[in-house]
Design a protein around this ligand. Structure first.
Ligand code: AMP
Length: 385
């Protein structure tokens, strides 16, 4: 299919004004595009990097209408906008990724249904529409299992683990239904793949990334993941298949587990730039934000030219802010702050990228630990550290 690219000078609307919008706007302006941000919150981090910002509710028809009429294409950094809002935007302006892709990623039951129907391996799951269906979940999945809210869960929020029969019996059944129950995966590692696809159907994948979480929030990403080449190829193939099946236009983060048996299981998809892709900002010539913008305006998606291995560490809350001066004086470390004034516990304030020579990360044990030493912060030890 021959689709022309939007020329430089065109206006890109981004829904959401957080750090992902902020960094997307930088990438867009570097390519000569103008960015208009729509943010529901005042003083959004993206206001410092975008040409225009509207503060307004994502369900306010007049706000959405004016926003859509002011731009040539719309994309997202935040996917929880209502179906009605999306329909309105799509009737006025091209929206990438399209509404159905967003709808799938907004609802864990739709997401797991889509993945299972597409023969993408996932953990065993069952939908739990009400209290009466909790018994089914326990019988089908066994213990331990996880209960997650079907909608609006992120960073491990709205998720709890039922360890055994005693915990199940003690469970308060007054829960925020609908829920999804998932078998607990005793994973060996967590991975993610960023895959981009443009309207002409071209696709590209960044190197498979290994992710470590702390308190349900991403802590550290290592790229490339310390896994065999064959497994990395399988992970990329899964991400590619998901992007094509969704008819994606934009970038998509695919989160996966490597099970104890070495199998890949997809946990979640996020059709936007993703925290686990932040390492690309310093280790690649074309980063995830530029690749996202390229996909949305239908520019080519060439090899990103990864020139380094990388470790990304999130700077979270005051602890994160406290290491900034050490990062600024450390060599081989790049600091990215998001311009957030209020520093709350658990809030992502910025991140640091540490670069290593190509090939250093998988083979050189302890390299990530050295990075931690420079920052003065701990990281969960891994079996191959
Ligand atoms: P999520 O909210 O689905 O992104 O999950 C947040 C984190 O919880 C994941 O990155 C995993 O560390 C953990 N997690 C989620 N689902 C499962 C599962 N089925 N089994 C084991 N751990 C899980």
């Amino acid at each position: 299919m021959k689709v022309t690219a939007l020329p430089p000078g065109s206006k890109i609307g981004i829904i959401g004004g957080g750090q992902l919008g902020r960094m997307s706007a930088v990438a867009a302006s570097r390519l000569g595009y103008h960015v208009h941000i729509l943010s529901a919150e005042a003083d959004p981090p993206a206001q410092e990097t975008a040409q225009r910002v509207t503060i307004g509710a994502y369900d306010d028809e007049a706000v959405l209408r004016n926003f859509a009429q002011s731009v040539d294409v719309i994309t997202f950094e935040f996917e929880n906008i209502s179906a009605a809002g999306l329909d309105l935007l799509s009737s006025l302006c091209p929206v990438h990724p399209a509404g159905p892709v967003l709808a799938i990623s907004q609802d864990r039951i739709l997401e797991k249904t889509f993945l299972s129907d597409s023969d993408i391996p996932v953990a065993p799951w069952i939908s739990v529409p009400n209290a009466a269906s909790l018994e089914d979940a326990a019988t089908t999945l066994g213990f331990p299992f996880l209960l997650k809210t079907a909608r609006f869960g992120y960073d491990g929020k709205g998720q709890f683990r039922i360890a055994d029969q005693a915990a199940f019996d003690a469970l308060n059944r007054d829960l925020p239904f609908p829920l999804i129950a998932e078998g607990f995966v005793d994973f060996e590692r967590e991975l993610s793949v960023m895959v981009a696809r443009n309207a002409s159907g071209a696709t590209m994948c960044f190197a498979v990334t290994e992710n470590q979480h702390r308190d349900g929030i991403l802590d550290v990403s290592l790229a490339p993941a310390r896994i065999p080449v064959l497994l990395a190829e399988q992970a990329e193939a899964l991400a590619h298949r998901i992007a094509v099946t969704l008819d994606l236009v934009g970038i998509l983060g695919v989160e996966m587990f490597v099970s104890a048996k070495g199998e890949l299981l997809v946990n979640e998809i996020a059709p936007r730039p993703h925290n686990s892709g932040h390492w690309t900002m310093d280790a690649c010539l074309i980063d995830q934000f530029e690749m996202h913008i390229r996909a949305v305006v239908n520019l080519p998606l060439p090899d990103p030219y990864r020139h380094s291995d990388a470790v990304m560490k999130n700077l979270i809350g005051q602890d994160g802010m406290d290491v900034c001066s050490a990062v600024l004086s450390g060599s081989g470390l790049a600091l990215h702050l998001y311009g957030k004034t209020a520093c709350r516990e658990g809030r992502k304030m910025g991140h640091v990228n540490a670069l290593f020579p190509l090939g250093a990360l998988p083979g050189s044990f302890g390299i990530a630990a050295r990075f931690d030493e420079a920052l003065g912060v701990g990281r969960d030890p891994q079996p191959d550290d």
